[in-house]
Design a protein around this ligand. Structure first.
Ligand code: ADP
Ligand code: MG
Length: 140
């Protein structure tokens, strides 16, 4: 299995509850290394651009409002099969459906305020990493 990269966000519900370390620890224990990390306040424009794929969904406006409601921590993660590893440790979108031991089962408040984002493919991981990081900010 190849070492690859993925993109992660610790969402505002988690930063608000001081869970940056808790979420990061679960990522690290799943075998992922944080090779870039910064805490930012996402602008409305950034959130709309980042989630543009969902712009026709009924929850889009609420999602943008939520993602801009407080600080987030954007991260680049590296490890074996990083995209899948991250999706596995994150768990299902709805915490009610998420498996025991996953980030969302452990920490999420709701289907919207679900504590973490993880890229869903290698292609999207590259796009999402480039959306938030300059190459020199990533130290693998
Ligand atoms: P995932 O984050 O698991 O890849 P999606 O890409 O489908 O899930 O959705 C992006 C984000 O939009 C979710 O993580 C969640 O914050 C929010 N979301 C998804 N579905 C809903 C919904 N039915 N109601 C409210 N928010 C939702
Ligand atoms: Mg998604």
């Amino acid at each position: 299995m190849a070492v690859t990269r993925t993109f992660s966000i610790i969402k505002p519900d988690a930063t608000r509850r001081n869970l940056t370390g808790g979420v990061t620890r679960m990522l690290e224990e799943a075998g992922l290394c944080v090779i870039a990390s910064k805490r930012i306040q996402m602008s409305r424009q950034q959130a709309e651009g980042f989630y543009a794929v969902h712009k026709e969904r009924p929850f889009f406006g609420d999602l943008v409002a939520f993602m801009t409601s407080g600080p987030v921590v954007v991260q680049v993660l590296e490890g074996e099969d990083a995209v899948k590893r991250n999706r596995d440790i994150m768990g299902a979108t709805n915490p009610a459906d998420a498996a025991e031991g996953t980030i969302r089962k452990t920490y999420a408040e709701s289907i919207e305020a679900n504590s973490a984002h993880g890229s869903d493919s290698e292609e999207n991981a590259k796009i999402e990493i480039d959306f938030f990081f300059k190459p020199e900010e990533i130290v693998g």
